[in-house]
Ligand binder design. Structure first.
Ligand SMILES: [Zn+2]
Length: 506
């Protein structure tokens, strides 16, 4: 890693044609874990999310709802911002591309930089346009003539547009991606992008007639009859939010130009926009590239694709109200596969929360705190020496931070939560083997051997709970905070435990 050691993190900005669904929650929670984990390790972090307000599909949805576009977009954008509380998100910044005063000057500057390089030209264009994707497709990209994302036939569109010379950047892109200067995770996605670029890039249309955009969006600098293509405008948010092209570019220098890491979390459906178009745009403007693009998979619900049109959009608000923030976050982090889609059902969410949180972690917390309260008035016993009953647990605790670091460096959230889970299991195993509640009874009757063994076991269990309270913080901020405050007690004494994770019912 080079640069100033800062960690800049973004999510994609979703369209606001509808309310957020569980797929959005997945991306936000994954990014949130990365942000919190780096903060926990002492790194300066800036975490950005926001909404893509300028899409034509937002306009269409507003018309269908009979609402003025600005009002409609603001209402849905607020629902995305509002996920902060039910999902316990810690983003530092939230940008709305239609309303944020930082956005337009940066977009205009990027446009002019590309124009100065001679990267734009005007062309009459006929193509197949999917309104759902907001993109043109080539016939060979449409299996059965249908959009691969939306499974509808794109509409033929003919118009005069500005084109960006994407083809010019083929070599530079291959170099950036092939050399690992821009890392794409997982490898499968990197290989797909490389194959796509190697096959040869076509120039892309980057504007729309203002009439087709119904006047919504950002006008092309110097050509107000054209609106900047929504993707081109949206991608710019990652740097306009840092003041790029504005009066104060210091945040842009601190968090992008000189930042040690610039990590972008996206879903697999928008890989090409980020790993090809966005990189080319930055190259054209002479700006640094992101260091890493992490691509997550999709969720399905009861076996069906997650979408509003499919009628199965699951509201993160509703789930959080019913099952709690920790249960949702834990399911997303522990069950969603790194490769291949994962099916969500309420049953799976509840089973996972009950088995891991209420039973596994809840038991460990309850046993440890009950005994710490009863036997030591809340004071933790010192850890035992070599060969002591808690050695295995102590070793697992010491290894935990590093195991989490390694897993998250690969964006492997399952491996990270597995590592946490192995400590929980080791703790419960120790309690079941040593039965410290029996040791406590014997100790209370004056058995000295039992007293010292109890000290060792309880020392290891308390230590494990402390490590878990810290290391769980990025994953389950709410539960970890509750656990932590009980462990630290008031005036150094541990009170009888209050359950942090309760059993859930479907
Ligand atoms: Zn589509």
């Amino acid at each position: 890693m080079t640069g100033n050691g800062n960690f800049y993190l973004t999510t994609a900005i979703p369209y606001v044609n509808a309310e957020p669904h569980l797929g959005h929650a997945l991306e936000l929670v994954q990014a949130d874990v990365l942000a919190r984990h780096r903060r926990l390790r002492g790194q300066p972090v800036r975490f950005l999310t926001g909404t893509d307000d300028n899409a034509l599909k937002n306009v269409t949805a507003a018309h269908a709802a009979g609402a003025p576009v600005g009002e409609f977009v603001a209402r849905n954008a607020a629902r995305f911002y509002g996920l902060r509380e039910p999902l316990a998100l810690s983003f530092d910044d939230f940008i709305r591309t239609s309303a944020d005063p930082r956005h337009r000057p940066g977009v205009a500057r990027l446009w002019r930089q590309c124009a100065d390089r001679g990267d734009f030209y005007q062309r009459h264009y006929s193509g197949l346009y999917c309104g759902g994707c907001e993109q043109f497709y080539l016939p060979e990209e449409l299996p059965g003539g249908l959009c691969p994302e939306h499974h509808v036939a794109p509409e033929p569109v003919t118009e005069q547009n500005w084109f960006f010379r994407l083809s010019r950047y083929t070599g530079e892109l291959l170099d950036a991606l092939g050399s690992g200067r821009v890392r794409i995770e997982p490898d499968t996605r990197r290989n797909e992008v490389l194959a796509f670029v190697r096959a040869g890039l076509h120039d892309i249309s980057v504007s729309r007639p203002a009439t087709r955009a119904r006047g919504w969006g950002i006008p092309v600098p110097g050509d107000p009859g054209q609106i900047i293509y929504v993707w081109w405008d949206a991608l710019a948010n990652y740097i306009t939010a840092l003041g790029y092209g504005g009066a104060d570019e210091q945040p842009y220098r601190d968090w992008w130009v000189n930042s040690g890491e610039r990590v972008q979390v996206i879903g697999k459906g928008v890989t090409r926009f980020h790993a090809v178009h966005w990189l080319a745009l930055l190259l054209a403007a002479g700006q640094p590239l992101p260091t890493t693009i992490y691509v997550h998979e999709y969720l399905s619900v009861n076996g069906a694709k997650l979408s509003k049109s499919a009628g199965n959009a699951i509201s993160p608000y509703e789930l959080a109200a019913r099952f709690g923030t920790d249960a949702i976050r834990w399911w997303l982090l522990r069950e969603v596969a790194r490769l291949g889609d994962t099916d969500f059902t309420v049953e799976r969410l509840v089973n996972r929360a009950n088995s891991d949180l209420a039973n596994g972690l809840g038991n460990l917390q309850h046993r440890t705190l009950t005994l710490a309260h009863r036997c030591h008035h809340g004071q933790a016993a010192p850890p035992g020496g070599q060969g002591a009953p808690g050695t295995e647990l102590v070793t697992a605790c010491q290894a935990l931070p590093h195991r989490i670091d390694q897993a998250l460096a690969r964006f492997d959230f399952r491996a990270a939560t597995d590592a946490i889970w192995s400590v929980v299991q080791a703790g419960n195993r120790l309690a079941e083997t040593e039965r410290p509640w029996e040791l406590a009874r014997r100790a209370e009757h004056g058995d000295r051997g039992a007293t010292s063994r109890l000290d060792e076991v309880l020392g290891a269990l308390t230590g494990a709970c402390r490590v878990l309270a810290t290391e769980l913080g990025p994953f389950l901020p709410t539960g970890a905070a509750a656990l932590s405050s009980q462990l630290h007690g008031s005036h150094g004494a541990i009170a009888p435990p209050v359950p942090v994770f309760t059993r859930r019912r479907q």
